[in-house]
Each structure stands twice: as C-alpha cells, then as structure tokens.
Design a protein around this ligand. Structure first.
Ligand SMILES: C[S@@+](CC[C@H](N)C(=O)[O-])C[C@H]1O[C@@H](n2cnc3c(N)ncnc32)[C@H](O)[C@@H]1O
Length: 313
C-alpha cells in the first residue's frame, strides 16, 4: 500500500497542472473544481507539464479515433481530469475507469459530489444513468472511480469486474507518474496480468528516466527527503529499462521518447504559443529537466483492432 508521501504526490501533480492551466498553457474547466489552491510554478515546470499533458492527450485521442468501441483504464489517476477534457472535446467514452488508493479516490469523489460541473460531465443524459456512490468508489454508465492497490492484482481484477470491463475490447492503460511508486515485482505482475487478460492493449506510460546521472540523483534525493520512496526506480534507469519491462511483460512492441524529444515533436504552432506565455531566458534547466522524464508506449496485438503503433506527433 502507498505511503502518505506517495499519496501526496497527487497534490503536487494537481497543483502543478493548475499552475500551467492558470497561465494559459491548456484549457481544463474541471481542474478548478478539484484543486482550489493556486501556486505559480516556474516556466520550466509549466512547460514540462504542458509537454506531458499535450502528448498524452494526443496519444489518447488517436487511440480513440483508431479503435472504435474501446476502454480506458487510468492507473493511479489521482485528480487527473482527462475524462472531463475528452468529454468537453466531444469524445464518446464507452468505459473509462480510474483506479487509485482509497484516500485519494474518496477525496476525489467528495469533490465530485460537491461540484455540479464535475457531476454534469459524468451523467450522459441517457435515462437510467444514475450515479452509484460509496465513500471510495463511484460507478456511472460510462465513468468509474475505484479504490484498489495496484500492487494487488486480485483486487484490481475484482474492481474492474464491478466496472463491467470487457476483456475483448481494445483497452488503453494510462500510467502517469505511477509505476515508479510500485516495487518492480508488483508492477511486473500488474503488467503481466493486463497483457495476459486483455486481448488487445495499449500502454501510455509517463515517468522519470535517466535517473542514473547526477541530475537524476538530485531528483531522487529530493523525493527521498520528502519521505517518498521510488520503489520502481530500476525501470527508470534509462530508455532501454523503461521499454524492456513492457516487452518482458507480454507486450509485442514499445516506443519511448524523452520529454525533450516530445517537446521537439509537438506541433510548432503549439510550442510557439506556449513559449510566448512566459519569458524563459536560459533554457539549460528546462532541457535537463525534460531529459529526465519520458513518454513510453507499448502494445499487444493492436493490429487485431485496426491499428499498429500510435505516435503522439
Ligand atoms: C504523482 S501522482 C500522479 C497522479 C496522476 N496520474 C497525474 O499524473 O496527475 C501518483 C498517483 O499514484 C497513486 N498510487 C501510487 N501507488 C499506488 C498503488 N499502489 N495503488 C494505487 N495507486 C497508487 C498515488 O496515490 C497518486 O495518486
């Protein structure tokens, strides 16, 4: 089970996203209902979060376009608002599941219950679309939040069953800064269970990479000093270690980009727009920071459902 320090990483991620949204990096109507406190982060942090959120969104949109009827499972979703952003952009989502530990899911559900805007996003308007709540789980026709420990595969399986997940549909698994908090045997057994249970799956994993160098060592030390242990650090050593864990868990292919490569690969007009938002004189720190995060995709049998590899570009 996650420590309080790991759970608190969700607050940090949410506050950073709010900072970038408030500065105009991207639009997110749902976020203000989930995080009230405003903290202005540095341009490097805001640009890093923009690259992360924009590239993940592009991958998810492509997956939705290419796979037809499909599912999304957001592992360690925290206060992420992807479901509401996709809905606001007119995407129909058949089954979208968020998983996190109960202290996080219960806080998010309490906020949803108190927010008309968030509730409206969940209710599809079809008859009988009641939302079923308990303290830490929420079920509606197309959207679910469930509490489970990702290192307990049986628990995850039981919760996905309650969401009516279909193992024959193409399914995207998103893990955004999550697997690094699971020890390697736990994340390996989760990934193996997914690839052996789902006929066709596509992973989008965003997290730290190149932690073996000096800058990486400082990042790890800073997290340790907050009591946050990176139990899955072995897979974050470099690019090969990030992709290998997927290939060793039953995926048939994988691709990885550092965030510098993501930044350079995003549409020029988007980058030119965000670079006008805040002045950044010296790019060295940004480049260092982006070299220590990566976007990794991995897949099993996507051809069966009409697509091959998906690129964020
Ligand atoms: C850095 S936050 C990221 C949240 C969200 N994915 C985002 O990017 O905004 C990490 C999240 O992973 C969750 N998490 C860590 N270990 C977990 C576990 N064993 N089971 C379920 N969730 C876990 C934490 O509770 C937290 O919400």
């Amino acid at each position: 089970m996650s420590s309080d320090a790991v759970i608190a990483t969700n607050d940090d991620a949410t506050i950073c996203k709010r900072s970038a949204v408030d500065m105009g990096y991207w639009k997110d109507e749902a976020l203000a209902s989930l995080v009230l406190s405003k903290t202005r982060k540095t341009p490097e942090i805001n640009r890093g979060y923009f690259s992360r959120v924009a590239s993940i969104y592009r991958l998810v949109e492509k997956f939705l376009r290419m796979s037809g009827k499909c599912q999304i499972v957001n592992l360690g979703a925290g206060f992420d608002t992807l479901f509401w952003r996709l809905k606001a952009d007119g995407h129909h989502l058949d089954c979208y599941v968020e998983i996190d530990v109960s202290p996080v899911t219960s806080k998010k559900i309490a906020k949803i219950r108190n927010s008309k805007a968030l509730l409206t996003g969940i209710v599809s308007g079809e008859s009988g679309d009641d939302i079923e709540f308990n303290v830490s789980d929420l079920h509606s026709q197309h959207f679910h939040i469930v509490s489970a420990d990702l290192s307990n595969t049986l628990q995850v399986e039981a919760k996905l069953k309650k969401c009516g997940v279909n193992y024959g549909l193409p399914t995207l698994f998103l893990s955004e800064c999550v697997l690094v908090y699971l020890d390697t045997p736990s994340s390996d057994s989760l990934l193996k269970w997914i690839t052996s249970s789902f006929e066709s799956c596509f992973f989008v994993n965003y997290e730290q990479v190149n932690l073996d160098d000096k800058f990486g060592a400082v990042m790890v030390r800073n997290l340790h000093s907050c009591g946050c242990v990176l139990a899955g650090i072995d897979s974050c050593k470099d690019k090969p270690s990030q992709t290998l864990r997927f290939l060793n868990s039953g995926c048939t292919g994988a691709h990885i980009w550092t965030l510098n490569e993501v930044y350079d690969g995003l549409p020029r007009e988007d980058i030119e727009r965000i670079e006008r938002l805040e002045f950044l004189d010296e790019k060295e720190l940004l480049v260092q920071l982006l070299e220590h995060y990566c976007l990794c995709t991995a897949w099993k049998d996507p051809k069966k459902f009409g697509f091959d590899e998906i690129d964020f570009k």
